[in-house]
Design a binder for this molecule. Sequence first.
Ligand SMILES: Cc1ncc(COP(=O)(O)O)c(C=O)c1O
Length: 442
Amino acid sequence: MSELSELMGSTGVELYRRAKALMPGGTQLLTKRPEMFAPDVWPSYYSKAKGCRVWDLDDREFIDMSIMGVGACIIGYADDEIDAAVTEAIGRGVMSSLNCPEEVELAEALIELHPWFDMVRYARSGGEAMGLAVRVARAHTKRDVVLFSGYHGWNDWYLAANLADGDGLDGQLLPGLEPNGVPRGLAGTAIPFHVNDIESLRETIKGKEREIAAIIIEPARGEEAPDEYLKTLRDIATEIGAVLLFDEITSGYRMCAGGIHRRYGVHPDMAVFAKSMANGYSMAAVVGTEQVMQAAQTTFISSTNWTDRIGPAAALATLAKYQRCNAADHLIDSGEQVKQIWRDSAAASGMEISISGLPTLPGFAFEHGKALELNTRFTIEMLIRGFLGFRQFKPSLAHGQAELDAYKAAADDVFSQLAGLSDADLLETPVAHSGFHRLTKE
Ligand SMILES: Cc1ncc(COP(=O)(O)O)c(C=O)c1O
């Protein structure tokens, strides 16, 4: 157990104060901002991570029952087998004037998993891979407009949605995204729609059939894809000659190796992978049919660091371990167990919560007027008990039964403590942010 005062006085909390003066926004990724968890308390920085454990800068140990490297580390932190493959790649040189053969081996492995695809291009992060895929889709169709639902990264093509309609993206995972710096000429080139709202999608398409380059979705995330949804989108895309693009950056590798769309039997024209495909090493892939992917040669898509050896070596080792250990079954079971823990602990305490998400991407929400304060206090109480705890949990192969049992005991304790607090006593520290906010330096 740590004291709240120790957590608030940690080296990480102090370092983050300096970071905010040096880096606009404090971190490189919104989701890693301490403000998203528990401002002035969240440890912010790690000295070491191994398995499902993380050590802060003061060597305090936490079991990570939160976002596990923003969903990237499905096998676990610093996995010996994957790190051995990477270390070997480093030993043989990660960059040279020639290409690394692993990129061909990985392309073959991705196509073997998804035999409806023929060709692959690589990038090193999800957002840039999505930018690459959208460029290829536009080049292939010679059209400009993309229709999308879900979150797809920081690129101009995506934020352009908020030029035409200032809060167009608000229903798409992250509210409050500003399109400042995105050329106003892009207004109207990216149009959001809501999951399973086929009627409004058809309405949007009407009269624009020959302008639409792509329909872009996450095949599943908050829940399983609704019945017939993916097939209907497949039919619409085919009907209007648009590329159907599945963003599998978060959904990929969670319910099965490769794309979650393998489980639905609907074949898009392209799919994009990043995050978990290399267990946290930088790697991203755009996989597609030859017909669409060849358009990459009609435009300029090229980058030095897309040729490094670490990414493909890590991706191959991740896939090998994932398949050998049947990681999907473990992730599903761990996620289901955590859902049950939340359900039981909340019910025992009398707290009302709702639980959602795929088994491998579960989350809960307090059904309470002070939900944000409760989220923040939940995280603080979990930190005190030695857990990085959050309203979401991303399981990994490294989460064993002992960790889940320990988490259950902590959750029972924390929920019952929260139930006993009056609104006035909920929080002494600042409340967590729920979306994008501009940060001030101090
Ligand atoms: C579905 C989806 N698309 C795109 C991205 C952006 O990927 P990255 O953060 O690697 O740029 C994310 C990241 O969370 C994502 O979940």
